[in-house]
Ligand binder design. Structure first.
Ligand code: FES
Ligand code: FES
Length: 211
């Protein structure tokens, strides 16, 4: 009959054998798959306008619009926060509509007109929304700010076009520019510094000016 020590050794031996056999069967498959993906990315050409300037790129088809802007066009004003469509830091406008650039592939935007924060204004000539964010302290660390401003500009376009939101009481009436409407429409843009009240003040001021 085996003693406790013999049983321990047997269990350890079995575990070791199992681990080795799993590793020997799994590792080559994973490594082979990774090698294939790394060695042969599918490349494609894509042409679009960014901030009014024509751009032609040849990209791995898996490249997101966010990475194309930041890594291939050096437009680093657009920020990568979550890279999962949850924070809004990467918001840009495509044909006037806001999108999360981390959730869309660059090659899907053939012929599109894309506007990033760099296309809205310059340090010497700020867009009215940028100036309002500065005036109302609509930021602290500033990481979310490019996305907030692109989103805010698009929000005013949505309200002007009469597009209702989830908090619009009457879907057939022109949306009112209330704080609740603005907070709902800007809810996809997270600010870890909590500058929300000042952001609403900034948007409200620009909306008042443009009406
Ligand atoms: Fe795109 Fe967060 S980086 S939503
Ligand atoms: Fe810091 Fe918004 S200003 S995250």
């Amino acid at each position: 009959m085996q003693g406790p020590t013999d049983l321990d050794i047997t269990r350890r031996d079995l575990l070791a054998i199992g681990a080795v056999s799993m590793a020997s069967s799994a590792v080559p498959l994973v490594a082979k798959g990774q090698e294939t993906a790394a060695q042969s990315p599918v490349m494609s050409k894509v042409s679009f306008k960014v901030n009014g300037k024509p751009q032609a790129l040849r990209l791995d088809t898996r490249t997101t619009l966010l990475d194309a802007l930041r890594d291939h066009l050096q437009l680093t004003g657009t920020k990568k926060g979550c890279d999962h469509g949850q924070c809004g830091a990467c918001t840009v406008m495509v044909a006037g509509r806001r999108i999360n650039s981390c959730l869309t592939l660059a090659v899907m935007h053939e012929g599109d007109s894309i506007t990033t924060i760099e296309g809205l204004g310059t340090p010497q000539n700020l867009h009215s929304m940028q100036a309002a964010f500065v005036k109302h302290d609509g930021y602290q660390c500033g990481y979310c700010t490019p996305g907030q401003i692109c989103s805010a500009v698009a929000v005013l376009g949505e309200i002007k076009a009469g597009i209702p939101s989830h908090v619009s009481a009457d879907l057939t009436a022109h949306p009112q520019l209330t704080a609740m409407e603005l907070r709902e429409r800007m809810s996809g843009n997270i600010c870890r510094c909590g500058a929300y009240s000042n952001i609403v003040d900034a948007i409200t001021e620009v909306a008042g000016r443009s009406e």
